[in-house]
Ligand binder design. Structure first.
Ligand code: GTP
Ligand code: MG
Length: 148
């Protein structure tokens, strides 16, 4: 099965949306295999968003993401990366369908409350970056009720 890196951003934490966001993934059937709160350094964030280094909004993105604690989550499940992105909605909340996290809970691209890995390869990179201590291995009692 596949893993993805999900992160409630500082605005999501400040707005009290951590539980709401985790609940959506839990109810969908994803297994949480790592979870922690961390106030990220700019150094860590610059590695996380390295692909965006040359974009004009990059300095503001780093400032936003370093403005408070985030909640770092690793999810495991069938097609976790692509399904996680569908559940998040579009990068721009105004283009996100109702029923998605961004489409239901926020309004601006620079305050879009939650991150999700965009490829399996980036998911593995991000998980290693945010959880160098590793993840938790366990069996979920409901697995046979979620997958045939
Ligand atoms: P993440 O899940 O956070 O990686 O978002 P994404 O994959 O939907 O978008 P992308 O990786 O391209 O950009 C990362 C983050 O940079 C976005 O979530 C936004 O917070 C911010 N961002 C992207 N494009 C813009 C933009 O045009 N303007 C501003 N102000 N911020 C942007
Ligand atoms: Mg991205």
């Amino acid at each position: 099965t596949e893993r993805t890196y999900i992160m409630v951003k500082p605005d999501g934490v400040q707005r009290g949306l951590v539980g709401e966001i985790i609940q959506r993934f839990e109810r969908r059937g994803f297994k949480m295999i790592a979870l922690k709160m961390v106030w990220p350094t700019t150094e860590l964030l610059e590695k996380h968003y390295a692909d965006l280094k040359n974009r004009p909004f990059f300095p503001n993105l780093i400032k936003y993401m370093a403005s408070g604690p985030v909640v770092a989550i690793v999810l495991e499940g069938r097609d976790a990366v692509a399904t996680g992105r569908v559940m998040l909605g579009e990068t721009d909340p105004l283009k996100s369908a109702p029923g998605t996290i961004r489409g239901d809970l926020c309004l601006q691209v620079g305050r879009n409350i939650c991150h999700g890995s965009d490829s399996v390869q980036n998911a593995e990179k991000e998980i290693a970056l945010w959880f160098p201590e590793g993840i938790v291995k366990y069996t979920l009692a409901t697995e046979n009720w979620i997958f045939e």
